[in-house]
Design a protein around this ligand. Structure first.
Ligand SMILES: C[S@@+](CC[C@H](N)C(=O)[O-])C[C@H]1O[C@@H](n2cnc3c(N)ncnc32)[C@H](O)[C@@H]1O
Length: 291
């Protein structure tokens, strides 16, 4: 029994601490069960808060994880160079530890602390100015880099009848830029030609409009494009049969939806590889083994 009279403590044949606790002794399960990691000191939230204070002394993240705990998990589950995803990044502990351990990482964060905590933290890690956490244990000196993307709002939203419509947050320039990206065109709006929002080649253009185009408007467009060029027109709606040799007409919600992927078991992610920094000679992981 331990001092509280609830738990039996002891050591195994090799002298490793162990304890025995039956489920019945847990009562209402008010006490969180401890694991062998507890004895091996992987840190706790208080350590993590002290670590976090170094990055943002005014606003400590509420539930940061200790770097040693993340390092243990990353060590067990991954190899150097692997890609680690934390889609609830919080204060960025996963990315910081993954980076110091030579893993690639993707973090996703909804909150403002992306800017107040994660980015400053990762910059310090990269600049070799983060002396906390597992830095000494893995002999981290700095290096590498990251790219940061701010996600745009959803391009489509459902109206009150359940129809897909263009999100009201999109102005015409944002819409044109987004559709150029979706359709594989380079966004390059022309100052002089209203129907040139982007191009895929020197002679192939894209025009994005929320208007409904009449047959006469499409005919005029076709005449202006001429026989040596082609144009993809994305509009809200059109009238008549737009059967022109040089223009292709598509409706925006339908065309955007056709680019979306639904119901797959496997959404294979195309991630461009960053140039990888080779590990420093003799760089050791936190368990003293060469990476
Ligand atoms: C408990 S924290 C994560 C802690 C962090 N993984 C760590 O290891 O220290 C959860 C985070 O998820 C973020 N979050 C919640 N919903 C989200 C969503 N849908 N997309 C991205 N981030 C989200 C919250 O803003 C919060 O920062």
């Amino acid at each position: 029994m331990d001092k509280s009279g609830e738990i039996w403590w002891g050591k195994d044949k090799k002298g490793m601490p162990r304890r025995k606790m039956y489920l019945a002794d847990q009562g209402e399960l008010t006490k969180a069960p401890q694991t062998i990691w507890f004895f091996q000191d992987v840190g706790h939230t208080q350590d993590a808060k002290k670590e976090a204070l170094k990055f943002n002394s005014e606003d400590v993240f509420a539930t940061p994880k200790p770097e040693k705990l993340m390092a243990r998990i990353i060590k067990i589950a991954t190899n150097p160079g692997d890609l680690i995803l934390d889609s609830f990044a919080g204060s960025g502990t996963t990315g910081a530890v993954a980076h110091k351990m030579g893993r690639r990482w993707i973090m996703v964060e909804l909150g403002e602390h992306c800017h107040t905590h994660i980015i400053p933290r990762m910059q310090k890690v990269i600049d070799g100015e983060d002396e906390g956490g597992i830095t000494k244990a893995v002999n981290w000196k700095g290096g590498g880099g990251f790219r940061y993307f701010k996600l745009a709002p959803s391009l489509l939203e459902e109206d009150k009848w359940g129809n897909w419509v263009i999100n009201k947050q999109y102005n015409s320039a944002m819409l044109a830029e987004a559709l150029c990206k979706l359709e594989g065109f380079t966004y390059a709006p022309s100052d002089s030609v209203y129907w040139q929002h982007g191009h895929s080649t020197e002679r192939d253009f894209i025009y994005v409009t929320t208007q409904m185009l009449s047959f006469e408007q499409l005919q005029k467009l076709s005449d202006e494009v001429g026989p040596d060029r082609s144009l993809l027109v994305l509009c809200s709606a059109f009238r008549g049969n737009p059967d022109f040799p040089n223009i292709t007409v598509k409706k925006i919600p339908k065309q955007v939806l056709s680019r979306c992927e639904w119901g797959h078991d496997d959404y294979s992610l195309q991630v461009e590889n960053l140039t990888k920094a080779p590990p420093e000679p003799g760089q050791q992981d936190m368990f003293g083994q060469e990476e």
